[in-house]
Design a protein around this ligand. Structure first.
Ligand SMILES: Nc1ncnc2c1ncn2[C@@H]1O[C@H](COP(=O)(O)OP(=O)(O)O)[C@@H](O)[C@H]1O
Ligand SMILES: [Mg+2]
Length: 262
């Protein structure tokens, strides 16, 4: 029998809720190995929740998530940690360790579990710093003294440090200027190509999405409502997709604006 290889990442009818708030409502998504997919959706549509379910930070209430054909809920802690070693993750708020200098944040895995010599790990971290456009001198600074954009780049350097098999990025270019946005997105694309990594990148930058990502999936109402090549967006005839990518205030997506309490 022939057919597509098993998906690198597969979500099947995933349900995730917080109390009565059903965030993921039967969500399905397949991502083949080596693909580079942008995940879009309006604010609070559940993009970050999806990513946290993928890395096992949030348990799911229904459906299943498979990585390389293995259901992650079936793994014990040791197996899950082994799997996690193959992930590079950049969280939305960077989530750097405040008490560690920049280089140790980047080389964290290598220093703690990899038993690398500190000097070698520092050198390797500086190489990554250069890749994300930062000077070697920043290696010894602490995260608190960096701007938000710089923290983001350090977090990206950390995510790509060990050339992960799967790279999950939560808005990697939010808060960066247009030039850096371009540099970082091109770096992600190059990295994906060179290392064969599978990339899932949440983005709210629609220009960057069109320019730098070959494929896109849109999350709305707890499901993936459209998935396809970025070049197809304008011919998709999907009013939700159309509204989001063109930033139209009017359309089928209703912003959930809370009424101010009196
Ligand atoms: N830990 C949590 N506890 C309760 N509700 C949460 C939690 N994390 C996210 N949510 C809710 O899930 C929804 C989706 O959030 P999120 O995934 O962060 O949105 P976004 O698409 O902007 O990343 C929101 O309504 C948010 O309030
Ligand atoms: Mg988010």
């Amino acid at each position: 029998m022939t057919g597509d290889p098993p998906a690198k990442i597969s979500l099947r009818n995933v349900v995730k809720r917080f109390g009565g708030n059903v965030v993921l409502n039967g969500l399905s998504l397949d991502l083949q190995a080596g693909r580079n997919l942008a995940l879009i959706g309006s604010a609070a549509s559940g993009k970050t929740v999806l990513l946290k379910c993928l890395v096992g930070l949030y348990p799911i209430e229904g459906g299943k998530i498979e990585i390389d054909g293995t259901e992650i809920s079936s793994l014990d802690t040791a197996q899950r940690e082994k799997l996690m070693d193959r992930f590079g993750v950049l969280f939305q708020r960077s989530a750097l360790f405040d008490s560690l200098p920049v280089w140790e944040n980047i080389a964290f895995k290598r220093v703690t579990v990899g038993r690398a010599r500190r000097r070698d790990a520092r050198e390797a971290a500086i190489l990554r710093l250069r890749q994300v456009g930062m000077a070697p001198e920043t290696a010894d600074l602490y995260p608190a003294s960096l701007s938000g954009g710089m923290q983001k780049r350090v977090a990206l350097a950390r995510a790509i440090m060990e050339e992960p098999d799967i790279l999950l990025l939560d808005d990697p270019t939010a808060g960066l200027d247009p030039i850096l946005t371009r540099v970082i997105n091109e770096l992600i694309a190059t990295l994906a190509q060179e290392t064969g990594a599978t990339v899932l990148s949440i983005t709210s930058d629609m220009d960057a999405m069109r320019r730098d990502y070959p494929a896109v999936a849109m999350l709305h109402d707890g499901r993936i409502i459209w998935q396809g090549a970025t070049s197809e967006i304008d011919h998709a005839g999907n009013p939700y997709l159309d509204q989001l990518v063109n930033g139209r205030p009017d359309g089928p997506i209703k912003m959930r604006l809370r009424k101010r309490a009196a």
